[in-house]
Write a protein that binds this ligand. Sequence first.
Ligand code: ARG
Ligand code: ZN
Length: 474
Amino acid sequence: MTPLRRQPARRRTAVLRPGAVLATVPVALAALVGATGPTAVGTAGASGAGDPYFPLSGNGGYHVRHYDLTLGYDPSSRHLEGRASLAARATQNLSRFDLDLTGMKVTGVTVDGTRAAFRRDGQELVVTPGRTVGAGHDFRVTVTYGGTPKPVTDPDGSADGWIPTDDGAFVAGEPQGAMTWFPANSHPKDKSSYDITITVPQGRTAVAGGELLGQHTAHGRTTFHWRETQPTAAYLATATVGNFQVERYTTRDGIHVYNAVDPREAKAAAPVLKQLPSVLAWESKLFGPYPFRSAGSIVDHANVGYALETQTRPLYDSAPDIDTLVHESAHQWFGDSVSLTAWKDIWLNEGFATYAEWLYEEQHGGDSAQKTFDSLYARPASDELWAYPPGDPGSGANIFGTPVYARGAMTLHELRKAVGDRDFFRILRAWAADHRGGHGTTAQFVRLAGQLSGKHLDGLFHTWLFTKGKPNRA
Ligand code: ARG
Ligand code: ZN
């Protein structure tokens, strides 16, 4: 795979007529032809969403409104069978578009029920419909595929995607892994609702986000139908499979909880999971109303090395401790409901979720946030904590590093000290409310903090988010 393997899409224009020559003409001229001539003129959607850290993640030219995934997984053969039906809307006259998908064999693609041409090019599934989709038009893409999914290795060396376990699969997608198990517009810029219907051998449980609409067993196989109606980034979808003990209840606040716990983790997990309703209630007081109707946890027994804030239902690779539960729960506000537009802004997820842990400790008999800050600040200038600034991690290899989590949280602590508790929590609540179900950027957060507090905070943010090396104390 070479980064130069394709011409920039926007410089090419395809005029789609039966047997037409694919003419390369300047875009302005093509648009003129399209406006005046009878033939729909389109251009190819970009092969990426424009994120410099992961240039091929996501795609241009369309938005996915809804994913309808029908999956079958056999843990013993590790074979995944899939049909993905995507309800999308073109954001340009679209002659051709990409989906992200790695591995797997694609057996057919249709667009609006008509067979479409497709080819594979690295992680891009390139689809050419029979006719151009007009800008603003809704269209449906259906992809049938199957094979043995393989996780991707991230720039930091961690595995991500469909990760087989001894009894099923641990399915996590941050930042790139969604494309290992379904064809996706895999960048947090694009958020969608999901229906996931997954069939597994009887006795295994398949867990996704949102509500369980139905479950039925026939011929030794059980099918689970999950629906998440709230906008979800592809990396926050899951379809984790295993032997799980299931617990369901509704909290006092009317949140539907579904917990799935590997029996080998059950004893250690129980006292922590029991606290989920009180953690969500405590976070709701601090951050504003819980953004979703469903909640819960998936506690697997897998050696993955991280947990993930899968939307409504975080995924743990072993029994979590309370700090991790608080962290993944805080992500429901910061990361899941309010999503990134670029991976560079990752501190908006990880710094916030880490600061939620500090606040939890402070208010539940542990160290004060100030004490946590001080012990981190005491680390020498050579410590990895100061290796790069959290607002500008530099590359995809650094997005889950200590500076993003810890110095990101230190930034929020500095903000809190500068504006006082009252304004600090007003800022957090306004952030969650104003961008609920959507997106936010670092620049927008900095602006909001300044507006709500009436203080000049640019220096503070510049120092803590963007300056190399250990900042001097203010
Ligand atoms: N967002 C997750 C957390 O902080 C971490 C995900 C790490 N993913 C990875 N591929 N290393 O809980
Ligand atoms: Zn996190």
